[in-house]
Design a protein around this ligand. Sequence first.
Ligand code: C5P
Length: 407
Amino acid sequence: MRTKKKILLIICGGIAAYKSLDLIRLLLRKKYEVKTILTKSGKKFITPLSLTTLTKDKPYQNLFGANDNSKIDHISLSRWADMILVLPTTANFMSKLNKGMCNDLASTVILASNKDIFLVPAMNVRMWIHPATQKNYKDLIGYGYKFIGPENGEMACGEYGKGKMSSPRQIFAVIQNYFRNKNKFKEKKIKVLITAGPTREYIDSVRFISNESSGKQGYELAKCFKKLGIDTTLILGPTSLDVEDEIKTKNVISADQMLDVVKKSLPVDIAICVAAVSDFKPLKFQNGKIKNSKTLKNLKLEKNPDILEYLGKTNKNRPKIVVGFSAETQNIDKNSEEKLRNKNCDMIISNDVSKKNFGFNSDFNKISIIDSNGKKLKFNKNKKNYLAYVIAREILNKFLSDDKSLN
Ligand code: C5P
């Protein structure tokens, strides 16, 4: 590893807190930098002195009264870290995070963070399987938190079941893998292009043809790839999204513009067409507002270019992996598979837009991932940011298995 990676370890109040000391030793041995936050109840299980002795740095404990008075701890700590790990994550802490509470340093750092946050739950089996905890678990995944464990096994309370914290070695392996993949993508300079949002096809200066696409699913995907350290370009139609500055975005209006910018952005390794491109555009654009409604009645349309098909079939700079989306209301998989073949894609994500409460213009989606080699994965309705993570993982797995030089 070239640069020292920085881990911010948040230690909550559970008996498994003592294992954090073993994890810290593993991390320090591999030259990670570690800072710690010890919650009030975490202090009941391990002492600040143990953490200071190991990390050579005092654990941070208070929201007010910073360790270094010149800095605001909850901001500087979350910016300092390359990864935040909560170990053990108690049922209470999961509940707090789900509510977005920030009444201590640990929860405030997390709410203020722009980094990947890994939660490592540890609790009694009954607490883990309680519907309230399970709801928190699902919601937190939806918010983009990543989980390590819990495992099945014998617990400190003597009961047996799911809820046991993953071992320091298991957690360490996840951390190593996370940074190894990030480095691998960075070193290989993988480039990803994503189209998202609707397009607008102007009839005159004030009227246009468009659709309900919000651009959310494509934007969530762009955030996922960016977080993995991958060079990502988002080519975005008109939406009301408040896109983070960190995401390289090229804004477009029409399908023709989108295709033009896509062509100019090649070569890339992976292209993902999430945009709901308007299928048709007016044959003629008229400057000003058309007064005569008869002209609108005689509106003639022509087909727009198919950007996905262009990328799938082009001989010039075809991306190694071309992924399409397929919004369908019926015969979802069959129609999507046809699209996959017709447009020469490597993978297609079919999404069900038959219901109002997910799909278009919603935070939720219901998808299947269909690979050109026949592999098919179906997912229940879930948040778009969680599904983005699942889709990104599948795309990268395919890319890695096709690119032998990366293995
Ligand atoms: O054929 P259909 O429009 O259902 O295909 C959807 C897929 O094709 C999506 O991935 C969408 O981004 C892409 N598409 C495109 N250009 C078009 C129409 C669709 O890139 N003109």
